[in-house]
Design a protein around this ligand. Structure first.
Ligand code: MCN
Length: 763
């Protein structure tokens, strides 16, 4: 009998290569004779372009060509990504008559060597006729300045009608608290910045190497931007150094590199600098939320309202769609009798906003978790008790919320109880009381958050799907082709575990391939923490079906009834019941005829992982400095297939979530100039800012896939941010502080302390 390796801590098979020879990223590809594309980007937030003069740049050393938006006039403008978005808000590949954010590409210089591009780009002379910039999302809808005059509005899309909000939603509530809070704009900042390389063959087929989260989606998006048929495009995904939601699809820059390669008949390449990345890669979050919560003085929440303004940046992308997910998850894990939510996505003269780890769900959790604390503070109750009192009871049959989300299974109170127990909540409160009584300069704050989120969502008819092909080779090895696209998540390890568990082929003999559209034409890529529950399930399904095909072949060979054959995983062979010597190994069955199966796994719907986080922070009441002491989390993602990898995902996500609460923020001045375009100005989190995370286990399997797995990839960013924010506010609650916007920088905390001491009412 073989023992299943599922659920065990198999170490990542990816890592020896990364740690020895290193990965091969797009910018590492050897492409002899390639020219280099360098983008000239707008220096102003909003302006008409009077002229772009590239003549001096053309004279510079090494310059092959220079192009402006006018040269790309033959490329049709792509519409916004969703049909409900204002169709006039189209983005040209290179700006033509108007620039709408600092960093918008408006010309390219193409050079023999990369360094020559930087110098030559300096010589491009752009004459701007400046327009007033729209920078503040909260006034964009009513601004007299329109980014797209033809659109007639700065509103990209509205979700729900603010005029239709119920006048009586809070009727009967003894307590109603309202607050406007910021979920600030942050930068995904993956270690590997954006890049592209492109070559066209004589038949007019494009091969593009692009770091991405799904080659098939990138192929479709790129073909759309170039106005060509996707059958003309092959995408190859080299190693990808992080993406965090921002490398889905394709950006105008990718399309321009392909256009240049076609125009010059020469391989073209581009890799952006960190400065360009912080300017030009889509940002995340960027919501202003007004939460209103009402209930009774004994702690029962009766009504909740969430009003959202979403900053879409200058051109509508996935960011404009984020409120849809925020609204879907608005009530979180709570049983709230009455709830409503509306949102408006607006265009501003800032970098476009896209998906960032969690994409819409961290924003929902932040809003409800701040609201819960505001409510608890107002009635003078322990926030843990108020949460406990309002959580949905455990359920195993799907539960439909007021916003139409169908939660597959959940046990939220157990998650909270486990987290509180692991944190030693009562002792922490006792320590807090003592420090307050002693008048300590450094006060203790304890922050909580309970969450439920959606993973593996999909709009496909019949439910989300993913494919996998599993092939056994005569030499005893196997190959898996997957439609997912790992970039740090460890699919190579886990997909091999899943196949090995069925086939009895050792993990180190299994190769996992992804990210080449000629080899794998279909696939949904990796995002929305969908991969294991759909792609992993497809690998398991293909492996099982392969055993079915092999069983028939083995039966033919043994002249036996297939039903009498037993597949012995430990030997990777079929045996006949009662005759162990008559064994037919899988490998032998692959000798005569290729032995492979392509399977498509279809899920009945999305799954809803959940959990609870406890953060403990110390805040210096003289300097405003906050230090995170502990983060204790329960993140229930159903059955865990590889705890080592799942914990790694939690660690990374928690660190990023903590960073939003404490440090990160993309800042613009009033003229729309970005002030955070280097890592000196844009602080990202490092090991020195975070404690060792304390992870408690909980597994509530889903029935939506045979693995019982839900997604874990984004849980950390969803639970940790409000827990940390709440902890900092909790530390100062005794001074009457009710809210501090993120990031809770020392300066912001210090200012809050000053106004609290001056008697300012924070509520
Ligand atoms: N896993 C498991 N058991 C579970 C759930 C997951 O063992 N019940 C394992 C999976 O096998 C996989 C990993 O955990 O190895 C994550 O799986 P899953 O939750 O399915 O998420 P995805 O693989 O689809 O990853 C997407 C998710 C997202 S949406 C973002 S954004 C994100 C993230 O993953 N970006 C990342 N993690 C990242 N990690 C790295 N290093 N870099 C990024 O850019």
């Amino acid at each position: 009998m073989s023992v299943s390796i599922l659920g065990t801590r198999v170490i990542r098979t990816e890592d020896p290569r990364f740690l020895t020879s290193g990965g091969v990223y797009t910018d590492d590809m050897r492409l002899p004779g390639a020219c280099h594309v360098h983008f000239v980007r707008s220096a102003v937030a909003h302006a008409r372009i009077r002229s772009v003069d590239v003549s001096a740049a053309l004279e510079a050393p090494g310059v092959i060509a220079a192009f402006t938006g006018a040269d790309l006039a033959d490329v049709p403008l792509a519409k916004p990504p969703m049909p409900n978005m204002n169709a006039e808000m189209k983005q040209p590949l290179l700006a033509t008559d108007t620039v709408r954010y600092v960093g918008e590409p408006l010309a390219v210089v193409v050079t023999e060597q990369r360094y020559q591009g930087e110098d030559a780009a300096e010589l491009v002379d752009v004459d701007y006729d400046q327009l007033p910039p729209v920078v503040d999302m909260t006034v964009a809808a009513d601004s007299g300045t329109l980014l797209f005059p033809a659109a007639g509005t700065n509103v990209v899309v509205a979700f729900g009608d603010p005029a239709a909000l119920a006048a009586d939603l809070f009727d009967g509530c003894e307590v109603v608290v309202s607050r406007t809070i910021l979920n600030q704009r942050i930068a995904p900042a993956p270690m590997e910045t954006r890049a592209a390389a492109a070559a066209w063959d004589a038949d007019g087929k494009l091969t593009a190497w692009i770091p991405n989260q799904g080659a098939q989606g990138t192929r479709g998006a790129l073909a759309g931007l170039l106005g060509i048929d996707q059958a003309q495009v092959r995408i190859i995904t080299p190693d990808v150094g992080g993406a965090f939601g921002a490398k889905f699809g394709a950006d105008p820059e990718h399309a321009v590199v392909c256009w240049v390669a076609r125009r010059l008949g020469r391989t073209a390449r581009w890799a952006e600098t960190r400065n360009e990345n912080l300017l030009g890669m889509t940002h995340g979050r960027a919501q202003v939320q007004t939460v209103t919560i009402g209930g009774s003085r004994d702690g029962k929440v009766a009504a909740y309202r969430l009003e959202i303004v979403q900053d879409s940046g200058a051109y509508p992308k996935f960011g404009a769609f984020l409120p849809m997910l925020t609204i879907l998850m608005a009530p979180g894990p709570y049983a709230i009798g009455r709830a409503e939510a509306v949102a408006t996505s607006v265009a501003t003269n800032t970098t476009p906003v896209g998906a960032y780890r969690g994409a819409g769900r961290p924003e929902a959790t932040a809003a409800i978790e701040r609201a819960m604390d505001l409510f608890a503070a107002e009635i003078g109750a322990d926030p843990a008790v108020v949460r406990r009192q309002n959580l949905l009871p455990p359920f195993t049959e799907p539960h439909t919320t007021a916003f139409g989300a169908v939660y597959d299974s959940g046990d939220y109170a157990t998650a909270l109880d486990k987290a509180l127990a692991a944190a030693g909540y009562e002792d922490l409160r006792a320590e807090q009381a003592k420090r307050r009584a002693d008048g300590d300069v450094v006060q203790l704050g304890i922050g909580l958050s309970c969450y439920v989120e959606i993973t593996g969502a999909g709009a496909e008819a019949g439910g989300p799907k993913e494919n996998a092909t599993v092939e056994v080779h005569p030499d005893g090895s196997a190959t898996i082709l997957t439609g997912t696209s790992p970039h740090g998540q460890g699919h190579q390890t886990v997909w091999a575990m899943l196949a090995s568990d069925e086939l009895g082929i050792p993990i180190d003999k299994i190769t996992v391939k992804w990210g080449d559209t000629d080899l794998i034409p279909e696939g949904g890529g990796t995002g929305g923490s969908r991969s294991l529950q759909q792609g992993g399930a497809a690998v398991q399904q293909a492996s099982r079906e392969l055993i079915g095909v092999a069983r028939q072949r083995a039966a033919d060979e043994l002249e036996a009834n297939p039903d009498d054959l037993v597949f012995d995983v430990a030997r990777s062979a079929f045996t006949v019941a009662g005759d162990p010597d008559a064994a037919v190994p899988l490998t032998r069955l692959a000798e005569t005829e290729r032995l492979f199966v392509r399977a498509v796994f279809g899920a009945p719907g999305a799954t809803f992982p959940f959990g609870a986080h406890v953060a403990v922070a110390e805040v210096d009441t003289e300097t405003g400095k906050a230090v995170l002491r502990r983060v204790v989390t329960v993140d229930d993602a159903g059955t865990v297939i590889n705890p080592l990898l799942a914990e790694g995902q939690r660690h990374g996500g928690i660190a990023q979530g903590v960073a939003q609460a404490l440090l990160e923020e993309v800042v613009y001045d009033a003229d729309g100039n970005p002030l955070t375009t280097t890592f000196a100005d844009y602080p990202f989190v490092s090991a020195t800012e975070v404690p060792s995370f304390e992870l408690a286990d909980m597994e509530t399997p889903t029935t939506y896939n045979p693995l019982g797995a839900k997604g874990i990839g984004e849980a950390g960013t969803i639970g940790s941010t409000p827990a940390v924010q709440n902890a900092i506010i909790d530390a100062l609650a005794y001074l009457g502080v009710r809210h501090i916007d993120m990031p809770a920088s020392p300066q912001r905390i210090w200012q809050t302390l000053q106004s609290a001491r001056a008697g300012g009412n924070q509520a």
